[in-house]
Design a protein around this ligand. Structure first.
Ligand SMILES: *Cc1c(COP(=O)(O)O)cnc(C)c1O
Length: 367
């Protein structure tokens, strides 16, 4: 089976991780943590990076540091990973959803404004599958209404919006470095911000809000969301070759886009104001294909090609409906994407030969 995604672990990763083991710096102190934070924040063009244990924790930490009143509303796309809503709920806040754009699959910024109400305090745009959200309208609404923007850039390492790096477009931005992300530390995440005060708060809250001068007298409630030096060592090695990782992702995408022309499939778009990193190469079946994504996936699996379905919208999640959230809400674009979208093998370890096999399999199934 051709896997959907596999990381490539290089020589520098081995060397840096070995240094952790040989020096005994295996926990959440050590030189790689700050080096990784500085390298990643610097690459994104942001002043501060605060490394954490995973991307979900990064979102939760950012919302906690924002210090919003309980019951405040956070507007976010329905078409995203559950982490976004979990972070909102675990922070005592209320998620409010917007539908997806049918082409970029990101939050439909045209329907953002109608979701802003008197209790709205934050917007959480999510760059989906490597393509940036149209951020200018988001910023404009946020500024007009006094809202904080928490950018989820966990699928957009290295993507740009109007020449600016994803991860530099919010008041805080959140990354994941899970094994399938463009940069991986196995498990890991980071919050970026230009704001010195927020950065201090994020660092404190990541590490249990230890006191000064009395370490064990706490002024605030924190979390243990620390990253280890070993994880940061993996991450630093990859940031050092980020340009080649991004170039490789774009090369895989362009080969698919060439190879999949003329089929009843909608392929990923790249808006003129964006460079996508094509974290995952998604396709959406058109009616002429005569099947849904579940059947398409099964038929590709028969030919040795592994795929992953698109997200199910948050308004279709039993776990959330059971809690009384989103009752009766409908988001037709997200519902369509969930049923007709999937993504093809897109990992950095994918060979040209494997990619040709995937293209042939797709062509045969849709013939
Ligand atoms: C992967 C991902 C996360 C969660 O990251 P974890 O490290 O798995 O907790 C959050 N948001 C988006 C958009 C993601 O793709």
């Amino acid at each position: 089976m051709i896997p959907v995604n596999e990381p490539v672990i290089g020589e520098a990763e081995r060397r840096y991780v070995l240094e952790c083991l040989e020096t005994g710096w295996v926990s959440s102190a050590g030189r790689f943590i700050e080096a990784f934070e500085e390298a990643w924040a610097g690459y994104c063009g942001v002043r501060h990076g605060v490394a954490v244990s995973n991307g979900t924790a990064a979102l939760q930490l950012a919302l906690a540091a924002a210090g919003l009143d309980p019951g405040s509303e956070v507007v976010l796309p329905t078409f995203t990973i559950v982490s976004c809503v979990l972070a909102v709920l675990y922070s005592g806040l209320v998620p409010v959803l917007v539908d997806a754009d049918p082409d970029t699959w990101c939050m439909d910024v045209a329907s953002l404004e109608e979701r802003i109400g008197p209790r709205t305090r934050a917007i959480m745009p999510v760059h989906i599958y490597g393509h940036p959200v149209d951020m200018d309208p988001v910023r404009k609404i946020a500024d007009a209404c006094g809202l904080i923007v928490i950018e989820d850039a966990a699928e957009a390492h290295g993507a740009t919006y109007k020449g600016k790096r994803c991860g530099s477009l919010g008041d805080m931005s959140c990354f994941s470095f899970y094994a399938n992300k463009v940069v991986t530390t196995g498990e890991g995440g980071m919050v970026l911000t230009d704001d010195d005060g927020l950065a201090r708060k994020l660092r404190d809250m990541r590490n249990l809000c230890f006191g000064t001068p009395d370490r064990f007298r706490h002024e605030d409630l924190g979390f243990n969301f620390r990253m280890t030096n070993i994880q940061a060592a993996l991450g630093l090695a990859q940031v050092e070759r980020i340009d080649s990782l991004v170039a490789r992702k774009r090369e895989i995408a362009s080969r698919y886009t060439d190879g999949l022309q003329g089929l009843p499939l909608r392929l990923p778009v790249e808006r003129e104001w964006a460079t996508s990193v094509y974290w995952m190469y998604g396709v959406v079946l058109e009616p002429a294909a005569g099947m849904d994504a579940r059947e398409f996936a099964a038929r590709l699996a028969d030919k040795g090609v592994d795929t992953r379905p698109f997200f199910f919208g948050m308004h279709e999640q039993p776990a959330l409906l059971k809690r009384g959230l989103f009752a009766g809400e409908r988001y037709p674009v997200a519902e369509h994407l969930a049923r007709y979208g999937l993504y093809l093998p897109s990992g950095l370890a994918l060979t040209e030969g494997q990619q040709e096999q995937v293209i042939s399999a797709v062509r045969e199934v849709l013939a």
